[in-house]
Design a protein around this ligand. Structure first.
Ligand SMILES: Cc1cc2nc3c(=O)[nH]c(=O)nc-3n(C[C@H](O)[C@H](O)[C@H](O)COP(=O)(O)OP(=O)(O)OC[C@H]3O[C@@H](n4cnc5c(N)ncnc54)[C@H](O)[C@@H]3O)c2cc1C
Length: 270
């Protein structure tokens, strides 16, 4: 579960002695060949050797760095997610692909699993928290077995999350001078290949390796782009293409073949 991952990551960050400042954001920055001077939202100014924008799909750093960059666009689909009790029979991922929506069950602990439901919807929806479980129950109507058992137990207190899907691909390079974008700030993707967070984590690993190998920030950023661009592009392009095939109602085989091809490519060493 994400909160568990966040605790692991934030504990390691603290142990590494990183100075973490919460509750502020970057207001503005200027840079020269040697430094980035940052003004934070509390009015303070700081000088850094470099700056990384890892601030997600609506990245403020991206907007400041590349004002003309494309903005996230609704793909035509949305995902519903909820964590529910896990019966013993669900001991691995289960996908239900034949209906008007796609549904999946993924064990996340001994006692719990998470369910996603992928829906095509022409217009971007807004769903209030108190109605989300009703809407999800409506979409599950008609399924039997495990999914029916989940449907009849959905209640208002359960945190059902609905996310309209958004994506775009930023052309290379994802840096200017000493400022680089990472993760969803650079390559937000729809979740068809379940690889967005994986790509964000790989970005961090690759950048750390390149920083340790070369002597200038620009050389490290350039080496980073060489190793990251094609791989991230594959994830975004193929995820969006699978989403288009889903929306057109193409045969399931034509969707799963692209999933398999993509995952085979992603299994290659980075
Ligand atoms: C429905 C759905 C299902 C998904 N399923 C999967 C999956 O199964 N597997 C997978 O690998 N990926 C999945 N993803 C993708 C994954 O969630 C993202 O790719 C990943 O979270 C990107 O990580 P990030 O660190 O780049 O950005 P984020 O996780 O968005 O983190 C950005 C951080 O920056 C902070 N921030 C934002 N703006 C500012 C600002 N102005 N100032 C300071 N801080 C700021 C935010 O608070 C946040 O903490 C899914 C996404 C969706 C929508």
């Amino acid at each position: 579960m994400r909160p568990v991952l966040h605790t692991i990551l934030s504990t390691r960050v603290r142990e590494a002695g990183v100075n973490v400042q919460l509750g502020v954001t970057v207001q503005h920055f200027v840079q020269n060949e040697r430094r980035v001077r940052v003004e934070l939202s509390d009015g303070s100014h700081h000088d850094y050797d470099l700056m990384l924008g890892a601030d997600g799909v609506r990245s403020r750093i991206r907007t400041l760095l590349f004002p003309d960059a494309p903005t996230p666009t609704y793909t035509g689909q949305g995902v519903w997610r909820v964590v529910v009790p896990r019966p013993a029979a669900i001991d691995r991922r289960h996908f239900f692909l034949g209906g008007p929506v796609k549904v999946g069950l993924t064990p996340v602990s001994r006692a719990e699993m998470y369910m996603f439901l992928l829906e095509t919807r022409k217009e971007r929806a807004w769903v209030s928290d108190d109605r989300a479980h009703l809407e999800l129950a409506r979409l599950l109507h008609g399924y039997g077995g495990h999914l029916e058992r989940i449907r009849v137990r959905l209640e208002q207190w359960m945190p059902v999350v609905y996310r309209p899907l958004e994506a775009f691909f930023l052309p290379a390079p994802w840096y200017r001078g000493r400022v680089l974008l990472l993760g969803d700030a650079a390559h937000p993707t729809s979740p068809q290949l379940a690889s967005g967070a994986g790509m964000a984590i790989e970005d961090g690993l690759v950048l750390a390796e390149e920083m340790g190998r070369v002597t200038s920030v620009e050389a490290a950023y350039e080496a980073f782009m060489q190793r990251r661009f094609d791989r991230c592009q594959l994830v975004v392009r193929n995820s969006l293409e699978i989403g288009r095939r889903e929306q057109r109602g193409d045969p399931i085989e034509s969707q799963t073949i692209l999933v398999e091809e993509s995952l085979r490519s992603l299994a290659e060493p980075i």
